[in-house]
Design a protein around this ligand. Structure first.
Ligand SMILES: C[S@@+](CC[C@H](N)C(=O)[O-])C[C@H]1O[C@@H](n2cnc3c(N)ncnc32)[C@H](O)[C@@H]1O
Length: 322
């Protein structure tokens, strides 16, 4: 196995060799291991910083080999025991693994040791990383693109299909498959009892791809309607205001005593779990508990705390005596 990072340059996938230069995160230059024959194939993903237009580089016609396979694999919350057996076998079968550095570091040793090549890039660069995975598959390799939780939850499964289409390739040609993983909302819910057993809406506070007015309006609608809410991407240094705005909106519609599960790094070594009241949420924004690896689980009007667990009644109590 070799691990590529943003400093390596050697081609690994056997396509024709002009390089596809990508700018994964404003600080690092990444050389594609799978450059096809397109010469003006730069793309940039800057995670919210000012950016050039994202451009897909090589098209399907630039690859001569019979295509390999591409699978999007959800790792679950982090620890190897949290991964499904299907995800583990998909990773063991892959020749190349592509992912964000943090997720690559979460892989079990048997997976990293068995892979022919691992391509990891720092945070951001989702478009260039996904394109890299696709190019490697088009060049004939069996590739797994990995992410935490599930590939369908604020993750790269959809982007992979969009880029495959824009290259003039097809999902069938790459035998594209999605292997689900346990999403953060569910891993985190399990740590605080049973907060999400009724109708729940997920909202991400990241305004990288959705603008803040839209996020605010979704928060208002969801909080007003009485859903339980799982809040992803609650905080980052660059968007402290989004977190504070979210707290304000929730407090506009919900009782300050509403229970909120705050779960940081579920299933990882630095896991922290607390059940707080909604009124306490704003002051947690500047603590270690709330950061980019935290998910918030906001109860509905029926949610209560019993024996250190959140309980959201499903409604059985209205039909049955117990
Ligand atoms: C880009 S989203 C990816 C979600 C992922 N695909 C899933 O299904 O959980 C990243 C957000 O997921 C949440 N998250 C991911 N892993 C987590 C964990 N181990 N514990 C708590 N929250 C986590 C955090 O809210 C983080 O900001």
């Amino acid at each position: 196995m070799s691990t590529d990072n943003t400093e390596s340059t050697e081609s690994k996938c056997g396509a024709s060799t002009d390089e596809t230069t990508t700018d994964a995160d404003a600080t690092a230059e990444t050389s594609s291991k799978c450059g096809a024959s397109s010469s003006d194939s730069s793309s940039s993903s800057s995670c919210g910083a000012s950016s050039d237009e994202e451009e897909v580089g090589a098209t399907v016609d630039d690859f001569e080999a019979d295509p390999g396979r591409l699978v999007a694999v959800g790792l679950g919350p982090g620890q190897p025991e949290g991964m499904t057996a299907k995800a583990r076998s998909a990773l063991l079968e892959a020749e190349h693994i592509v992912g964000y550095t943090t997720y690559v570091e979460l892989l079990p040793d048997e997976v990293t040791e068995g892979a022919e090549d691992i391509y990891n890039t720092p945070m951001c660069g989702e478009v260039s990383r996904t394109e890299e995975a696709i190019d490697r598959a088009l060049a004939g390799n069996d590739v797994a693109i990995i992410g935490s939780g599930d590939p369908n939850v604020y993750a790269l499964a959809g982007l992979a299909l969009e880029i495959i289409e824009s290259k003039g390739a097809t999902a069938s040609m790459l035998d594209f498959d999605v292997v689900p993983g346990v999403p953060a909302a569910q891993s985190c819910a399990a740590r605080v009892g049973a907060p999400l057993v009724n109708d729940t809406v997920s909202i991400s506070l990241s305004d990288h791809l959705t603008d803040m007015p839209t996020i605010e309006s979704r928060l208002h609608a969801t909080a007003k309607e009485g859903f339980t809410i799982s809040i992803y991407n609650p905080w980052s240094r660059k968007r402290r205001e989004n977190y504070q705005k979210c707290c304000e909106i929730l407090l506009e519609h919900r009782d300050p005593e509403t229970p909120v599960g705050v779960v940081h790094a579920a299933g990882r070594e630095d896991e922290q779990v607390e059940i707080v009241e909604l009124g306490e949420l704003p002051e947690l924004g500047e603590t270690d508990l709330v950061d980019m690896t935290t998910t918030l689980l906001v109860g509905n009007e029926d949610t209560y705390v019993w024996d250190d667990r959140m309980v959201t009644p499903r409604g059985y109590e209205t039909k049955y005596d117990y």
